[in-house]
Design a protein around this ligand. Structure first.
Ligand code: PLP
Length: 390
């Protein structure tokens, strides 16, 4: 079956947060795709709506089996079904785990630059952010982990949780098994809970995929909480469905109590049929999507090489969010992004919002039809030249 990734959909329909912009503006920002979701999911939701029965729902066994089967088929590792808890989103699950598993005033460690909402989950719950900043090599345009700094920060008795982004948004890095093992064993050594956000795990553009942390040897899993979701993979963020996977029974009890007492464990009427359809029937659509994303990435990289070589891609193999080094153009990515928006209407995310060294970077969402990517690139070229000549 062939799928359509080229139609420019009526984006302002559906109350889109991404498309709440002026008529001349082009948002390549929020992590939503401009593609319709898989027809298999649409069909399942249409069937559900046709039933007309939308009372309170339970999470059936079939849901957890679909999640486990998906990970076994797509990622060669099968999480146990009884490790799983349904949640209404990855961020709600994260914020709940922060509140349940740590205390007011604790330190929570992140690796900046990182998904900005992690900071909200920490700060809004009265905890402190501690960052083990990723190290950026300006010559190879690659990030790596400073393990000595990580160990020092995890060893602080006030640091009680680490939030890992696996794979990493915004830098697109897929952590390898050796890195994950080191992180997990350090968290264990210092009795730090490890929350691994794996929402981008299905969106890998390399051959080998990513490494779910629950695939590590079970001896590393006693303090691990993992969150996964079809939300990014299938462009169904507003379905509000995620699965929290906690191998350790005692920890799972605590996480479950947190989710239930904060009313984050009850599915809306599309969450279950939508997730089951995605995880049982979505394999082919995902393969087609990845081909489209690889093509888009190549289009963007070829264009930049020919027309704006000052912009350097930070080579990452995960997500449809590209992370660009703009240090040759500016040392203030916020100013540059504001200029671009005013100048040509293109909206990109300034790296500064992700902390760390983000002020030298911009993030661009390339999950759109070719015509829109081309439009975005033309606008980017014009605006960068106008910025340099101002
Ligand atoms: C790393 C990461 N985690 C979580 C989310 C959002 O998750 P949810 O919509 O399930 O709360 C995003 C969305 O962009 C993300 O990039």
């Amino acid at each position: 079956m062939s799928y359509d990734f080229e139609t420019l959909n009526k984006k302002r329909a559906g109350n889109s947060a991404k498309w709440d912009v002026k008529a001349n503006e082009l948002p390549m920002t929020i992590a939503d795709m401009d593609f319709k979701t898989a027809p298999e999911i649409i069909e399942a939701l249409q069937t559900k709506i046709a039933m007309g029965l939308f009372g309170y729902e339970e999470v059936p066994k079939e849901y957890f089996k679909a999640v486990a089967d998906w990970y076994e088929t797509e990622h060669n590792v099968r999480p146990k079904e009884d490790w799983m808890i349904f949640a209404t989103g990855v961020v709600p699950a994260l914020s709940s785990a922060v509140r349940r598993l740590t205390s007011l005033g604790d330190n929570i460690l992140v690796q900046a630059p990182v998904y900005n909402i992690f900071y909200n989950s920490i700060v809004n719950s009265g905890r402190h952010v501690v960052s083990n900043d990723l190290i950026y090599d300006v010559k190879t345009h690659q990030y790596s982990i400073d393990f000595a700094d990580l160990e020092e920060k995890l060893s602080d008795p006030l640091t009680n949780m680490m939030i890992l982004c696996n794979p990493h948004n915004p830098v697109g890095k897929i952590w390898n098994v050796a890195e994950l093992t080191k992180i997990a064993s350090l968290c264990q050594k210092y009795d730090v809970k490890l929350f691994s956000d794996e929402i981008h795990g299905d969106l890998t553009l390399n051959e080998t995929g990513y490494n779910p942390i629950f695939g590590l040897d079970t001896k590393y899993l006693s303090n691990v909480v993992v969150a996964v979701s079809p939300s990014k993979t299938f462009n169904v963020a507003a379905m509000h469905a995620a699965t929290v996977i906690v191998p350790n029974a005692n920890l799972r009890g605590q996480v479950s109590r947190g989710l239930n007492s904060e009313e984050l464990a009850e599915p809306n009427f599309v969450a279950i049929p939508g997730t089951i359809a995605a995880y049982t029937k979505g394999h082919q659509w995902l393969q087609a999507l990845k081909t489209k994303l690889r093509d888009n990435r190549q289009l963007v990289l070829d264009f930049l090489e020919q027309n704006i070589p000052e912009i350097k891609w930070v080579q990452g193999e995960a997500t449809y969010l590209l992370w660009f080094d703009v240090a040759e153009i500016t040392d203030d990515a916020t100013e540059l992004a504001e200029f671009i928006r005013k100048d040509s209407g293109l909206i990109v995310t300034p790296g500064s919002v992700y902390g760390g060294d983000g002020r030298h970077f911009i993030r661009m969402n390339i999950a759109s039809p070719t015509e829109m990517i081309q439009d975005g690139l033309n606008r980017l070229q014009k605006s960068v030249r106008d910025y340099q000549n101002k």
